[in-house]
Design a protein around this ligand. Structure first.
Ligand code: PEP
Ligand code: MG
Length: 574
């Protein structure tokens, strides 16, 4: 009889074998009031905020030392909640207006704001509700004088929990964490991001009741299949141990040569670059062996604030990234917001179908000024100096028509001319490209290729628009496979169109960092693979084990298949 298995979603690759350790967060009992002295309640809130801030600084340091800069940024984001005036005012209103205790006022404000985040269309922001709850719990504990929870894991274990906050996750002693399994969360929740950064296999959204599991039960966690097998027999244990050994040695090997180029066995070099959103990601990219940046998501500078960043602010921020890249290619994507991304100060009106609405390059209609300022800032930030020659490339997001390329290019030329007229130094030899993430752009790529220097394929959006699946809607998201032959054909068409016009083609959707797709994309002739920094060592290792000649045959076969299941079965079996 086979052992009982719990099924979840794969969140971080790898295999773990060990006893279960069940995480049971301590509940806090909250007195609601009425409070006798509102002034004293407010003082308790203030003290709690300061104490929480100090703890978060410490946790950020811990994350930096134990995992890396990207993960440390999670705790910086937590501190931002403590500086959010609206959120803090909502706590104050609870105390002054409803005579609540400090703890109850915090609890209510967290509930209101977490619900607001959960109601948004964007999966990223929905996942931030868990962060806000984590901060809220910390504030409540500190207000009531409780000590911070410390996790006492005393032997290597697979941690099982209903949910794990980033603070919980980072505080576990890394040497004792074999794997993580949570009942909640999705592949983009922070427990998933942290476990990938820590190199710990993890599964999320697993169907089980933590209260029904016994502490110490032996289990096998498979971070690729998304399974947790309870009480495995000796044969299953041996097989899992063997796979774990293979996984660990492959990872160590990949890491040790992450800074070497990725060249196939028949001598074709693939350019392996990173997707970044800020300076910390840029550092992580370099640490992981990135040869440049294939997607700089500039929108992060525009979010979580009350007004547009000024040109000077943008120049400072972009120059910092360019300096870190030290002459390596830096592909900056123009602002990709609007529609589903909450940037309240832009006054974006409600739209019934925000993914089909006024977003990204479509903002040229009405807010050309924003793009003009951004072009100027990027050009100024990358002006060469005697010891600094940035390789800036700029691309437009979500292009669907030729007119958008023409308008974008005209505005770019205007920015260049303005800087010349003003005598301000600016970048030289800037490549101008577009993202191909709307089917119309892929279908017309042979026309568009004449007017750009490069393409970068955004498979996240290309998949959503090709298959008509909202990428953030949990109900249908399982239909959104970039391995769908329909998406693959559009990818192949785009690469061929670029090459027919002597242009290069990259890919910066999540597919780029998936080692299962590496032979397929190499076989299609993709020039540049852009991915999250942590995926780089493994993709480079995969490239080195392949020959482009074989990959061409693999791609041709995959393109002839009819379903994504056939494609993944075929590629998974290679
Ligand atoms: C994409 O759509 O594939 C992409 C890389 O852009 P984003 O995920 O930022 O929409
Ligand atoms: Mg996109």
């Amino acid at each position: 009889m086979s052992s009982p298995t719990i099924q979840g979603l794969a969140a971080a690759p790898g295999i773990a074998v060990g006893p279960l350790w069940i995480h049971r967060p301590e509940g806090v009992v909250i007195e609601r009031g009425p409070a006798r002295d509102p002034a004293e309640e407010w003082r308790r809130v203030r003290r709690s905020i300061e104490r929480s801030r100090a703890q978060l600084v410490e946790l950020g340091g811990l994350a930096l030392a134990r995992v890396g800069p990207v993960e440390a940024a999670i705790f910086e984001a937590h501190q931002m909640f403590l500086d959010d005036e609206e959120f803090i005012n909502a706590i104050r209103t609870g105390i002054d207006g409803k005579s609540l205790t400090a703890e109850a006022a915090i609890e209510d404000a967290v509930t209101v704001y977490a619900d607001m985040l959960l109601a948004l269309d964007d999966e990223y922001f929905r996942a931030r509700a868990a962060d806000l709850r984590d901060v809220g719990l910390r504030l409540i504990r500190n207000a009531s004088g409780g000590e911070a929870v410390t996790h006492t894991l005393s032997q290597p274990s697979i941690i099982v929990a209903d949910d794990l906050s980033p603070s919980d996750t980072i505080q576990f002693d890394r040497q004792f964490v074999l794997g993580l399994c949570t009942a909640r969360g999705g592949p983009t929740s922070h427990v998933a991001i942290l476990s990938r950064g820590m190199g710990v296999p993890a599964i999320v959204s697993a169907r089980f009741d933590p209260d029904a599991l016994a502490e110490g039960t032996l289990a096998v966690l498979d971070g690729e299949a998304g399974t947790l097998t309870l009480e495995p027999d000796q044969e299953e244990i041996n097989a899992a141990q063997q796979r774990r050994g293979q996984w660990l040695s492959a990872r160590a090997l990949a890491q040790s040569v992450a800074h070497e180029p990725a060249v196939t066995t028949d001598g074709v070099r693939a350019e392996i670059v990173a997707n970044i959103g800020n300076q910390r990601d840029a550092l992580s990219a370099i640490d992981n062996g990135a040869e440049g940046v294939g997607l700089f998501r500039t929108e992060f500078l525009f979010m979580d604030r009350d007004d547009l960043p000024t040109e000077e602010e943008q120049v400072a921020s972009y120059a910092e990234i360019a300096r870190l890249m030290a002459g390596r290619p830096l592909v900056a994507r123009m602002l990709d917001i609007g529609g589903d991304k909450p940037v309240p100060y832009l006054g974006i009106e409600h739209e019934d179908n925000p993914f089909l609405g006024w977003r990204a390059i479509r903002m040229l209609d009405g807010r050309e000024d924003i793009y003009l300022t951004q072009f100027r800032a990027l050009l100024r930030a990358c002006a060469p100096t005697p010891d600094f020659r940035p390789d800036l490339r700029i691309m437009l997001p979500m292009v669907s028509t030729m007119l958008e390329i023409e308008r974008g290019r005209a505005l770019f030329d205007r920015a260049r001319q303005q800087l010349r007229d003003e005598g301000l130094p600016q970048a030289e030899h800037v490549q101008f490209g577009i993202m191909v993430e709307v089917p119309s752009a892929a279908l017309l790529a042979h026309h568009f290729a004449r007017h750009v220097d490069f393409f970068s394929i955004g498979t996240n959006d290309l998949t959503q628009y090709t298959l008509a699946v909202d990428r953030g809607n949990a109900r249908v998201v399982s239909l959104a496979s970039p391995f769908s032959p329909a998406v693959l054909r559009l990818i192949a068409m785009t690469i061929d169109a670029a090459h027919a016009h002597g242009k290069w083609c990259g890919l910066c959707g999540e597919l780029g960092g998936d080692v299962m797709a590496t032979p397929l994309l190499l076989g299609m002739g993709l020039d540049e693979f852009s991915m999250s920094p942590s995926a780089i060592p493994a993709v480079k290792a995969r490239v080195r084990a392949l020959s482009q000649a074989d990959c061409r045959a693999i791609a041709a076969h995959a393109l002839s298949l009819a379903t994504n299941r056939e494609v993944t079965d075929y590629l998974g079996g290679l």
